[in-house]
Design a protein around this ligand. Structure first.
Ligand SMILES: [Zn+2]
Length: 471
């Protein structure tokens, strides 16, 4: 069951030692990706986007929660309105209405959260999957710090801070100075009550939040939602902040992102920061998130200034992009730009014909896209794709097969001497809807994933996501 919530102003009297109020809703990954691409600038305080990103960083810096900014515009009103629950991707913008409904009187902005209920009655809140924010374009806005101006100009950055508080699961606070107080005030930064509020949901700064996409070293991994790059030409940018709460690698703060290049690609990745000397890693990984030998790249100063840059031809596959520094105490914001072009479409993935007559694709990705087609091998009157993966370390994995085109059925077998071994697993509907999910522990070895449909002769696009299950 899915649900949407419109966060309304409600002032409650509270008999407790704190004033913040939490909803029962939260992001179970401990992170939220926002598309930040509002056009234009404020009259006196720089661009709206810079102000919004400072607000995201402010929350990230005081908790284990992480906001990630993707520098693309996304309409917050996609799939919004009565009976709709958003598109699962978070956007922000100014608008004359709340996605078609009127703004309430004196309402400056609205956060539209949506997610998946935690029980059938939805009495325990929901896991947030989307939290679009709409600012009222009928109001007058600027970006400035300190006391509110008396000319009726609203201050964008503190309202953004407030709405992001709703987006991460906070309700209104009755603490006088809190950003989460229901009314805009002279408070222009997060206060102790706000910080206690976010800590009560996600843990305080320095705490480690577990995510479902994480590597064997226990480092939190961010998978931006435009992380699958299929080309032929693709460019994307993202912004982040190194802080003391980040994962540490050799004593240095590290942010790690996952991208999948579906084709062999010529790539140019540039990392720049105004506040620290950046260092960039690119590591190709297997389906079970182990680094693939001889496919690791690093750079310190090949970019402009002291920027880092990796510019080379890479094989199709899943990669981790690591942002860190030479300097143990490096902190501050950074920008990454990724430009790629497909050099050898459709892909260099090796395909061979098995002894059973079916073609097998060798694909080391943890995210695999494909389609069942009428030209595919037929097994049991159903089309079948086989993908071979290698497992180098004993790994507890969750394998999700999803399709909006057909009712999926997922097979997993181990391969010994080119033949199917003793492990044979099959699942129809353990995923959401009619999607399939297998959870198991794989010993080192070679495995085939079989993608087929539950009903005969179905076809269409599908995707496979392999994630490690942490102890
Ligand atoms: Zn509010």
């Amino acid at each position: 069951m899915r649900i949407a919530a419109l966060l309304l102003i409600t002032l409650l009297s509270i008999n407790s030692s704190h004033a913040y109020e939490v909803s029962e809703n939260f992001w179970d990954t401990g992170q939220a990706i926002f598309h930040v691409g509002i056009s234009g600038s404020s009259p006196t305080g720089g661009t709206w986007n810079d102000a919004f990103k400072r607000s995201m960083a402010a929350w990230s810096n005081v908790s284990s929660f992480e906001f990630v900014a993707v520098d693309n515009y996304l309409d917050p009103c996609i799939d919004r309105g009565e009976g709709l629950f958003g598109d699962g991707s978070t956007g922000i913008d100014f608008s004359a209405s709340v996605c078609g409904s009127e703004f309430g009187e004196n309402t400056l902005a609205v956060t539209l959260s949506a997610g998946n209920c935690q029980n059938p009655q939805c009495t325990n809140g929901f896991i947030i999957t989307d939290a679009d924010i709409v600012f009222n374009s009928a109001e007058t806005w600027d970006v400035y710090s300190g006391s509110l101006r008396f000319d009726g100009t609203n201050e964008f950055e503190r309202v953004a801070l407030h709405e992001l508080g709703h987006a991460l699961g906070l309700n209104h606070s009755n603490a006088n100075a809190a950003i989460m107080r229901a009314f805009m005030s002279d408070t222009d930064s997060l206060q102790s009550d706000d910080i206690a509020g976010i800590a009560s949901i996600y843990g305080s700064e320095g705490a480690v939040t577990e995510t479902t996409v994480a590597n064997i070293y226990g480092v939190t991994l961010v998978a931006p939602d435009n992380a699958t790059i299929s080309g032929p030409n693709n460019s994307s940018t993202l912004s982040g902040t190194l802080s003391s709460k980040d994962n540490q690698l050799d004593g240095k703060a590290l942010d790690l992102y996952q991208y999948t290049f579906e084709n062999d690609s010529s790539i140019d990745i540039q990392l720049n920061s105004q506040t620290f000397d950046p260092f960039l890693y690119l590591v190709r990984v297997s389906a079970t998130q182990a680094s693939i030998p001889s496919s690791s790249f690093a750079d310190d100063n090949s970019g402009s200034g002291n920027g880092a840059r990796i510019n080379l031809n890479i094989q199709a596959g899943t990669y981790w992009l690591g942002v860190t520094s030479d300097d143990n105490s490096a902190q501050g914001s950074y920008d990454v730009s990724i430009i790629s072009s497909t050099s050898n479409p459709p892909s260099s993935f090796e395909t061979f014909t098995s002894i059973y007559g079916a073609d097998v694709l060798i694909n080391p990705n943890s995210n695999i896209d494909g389609s069942l087609r009428s030209t595919d091998f037929k097994f049991n009157n159903r089309f079948l794709d086989l993908v071979q993966i290698e497992v180098t370390t004993t790994s507890a994995v969750k394998i999700d097969l999803s399709s909006t085109a057909f009712d999926t059925n997922l097979l997993l077998v181990d391969i010994v001497n080119n033949e199917v071994g003793s492990l044979v697993l099959e699942n129809d509907d353990n995923g959401s809807g009619t999607n399939s999910r297998l959870e198991t522990t794989l010993e080192p070895g070679t495995y085939w994933l079989g993608v087929t449909s539950y009903d005969p002769s179905e076809s269409g696009n599908y995707d496979i996501a392999i994630t490690l299950v942490l102890p």
